[in-house]
Write a protein that binds this ligand. Structure first.
Ligand code: MN
Length: 229
């Protein structure tokens, strides 16, 4: 094929793509795990990770996409922007849009044991100012996560005034959501305390799961989130 013919073909292809509606591109997508499903062992077993990611997170994404037809405004928002406008949408969008955002952050704030780094100097300064020490933050976080009744999430957030705080949310709500009763702020670190996150290995021992989970925390990612606020 001559070069001019190839260029002409490419131009036609570009035109064709421009003409065709491609709704699939606007759909929400399940991000792959950033590591193998067995990478977080022995703290979280591979079976829990694969079921949690492929089936639970996968279902939130599929169910969120199923809401697009009835809520066309969804495709104009990024997943993060959606959280701040969630009150404008029906409960199915809140549950599944929250589930998608929450799990997307959850995979990234974890990593294999020993590979998570440490809080940055700047983050540690903010931690010390708000909690006194990292140990004190962890004690308070563990208490909130273990004490959260039923399904939900525990969060370390940066509040609009710049201080850090620990809070929890029910179901798939998160601190970005514009809902009453939610302590709002930018999530730096969120822990899933739904039973599906730990039950195979820890059964009813949620505090043991929480205590062990700190070994997985990817501080490099938490530092990045803190610096990006
Ligand atoms: Mn979950």
């Amino acid at each position: 094929m001559a070069r001019s013919q190839l260029l002409s073909l490419l131009a036609s292809l570009v035109l064709l793509l421009g003409w065709c509606p491609l709704p699939a591109w606007a759909d929400f997508a399940l991000p792959p795990l950033p590591y193998a499903s067995e990478a977080l062992e022995p703290v979280i077993d591979a079976t829990t990770m694969s079921i949690h990611h492929d089936r639970h997170h996968g279902a939130y994404v599929a169910n969120l996409n199923a809401q697009i037809a009835a809520n066309p405004g969804l495709t104009e928002l990024s997943l993060e922007a959606l959280q701040g406008q969630i009150a404008d949408f029906p409960i199915a969008v809140r549950n599944n849009g929250g589930g998608h955002w929450n799990h997307s952050q959850f995979w990234t704030v974890m990593g294999p044991v020993g590979q998570g780094g440490k809080p940055s100097t700047q983050l540690l300064k903010a931690i010390n100012a708000s909690f006194g020490s990292l140990e004190s933050l962890q004690t308070q976080f563990n208490k909130t996560a273990a004490g959260h009744f039923g399904s939900g999430w525990a969060w370390l957030i940066r509040k609009p005034d710049g201080t850090l705080a620990i809070t929890s949310t029910a179901n798939q709500d998160n601190p970005l959501m514009n809902l009453e009763g939610i302590e709002r702020g930018t999530p730096l670190l969120g822990l899933d305390v739904w039973e599906h996150a730990y039950y195979l290995k820890y059964q009813n021992r949620r505090p043991d799961y929480i205590a062990a989970w700190w070994d997985l925390v990817n501080w490099n990612e938490v530092n990045r989130r803190f610096a990006a606020v």
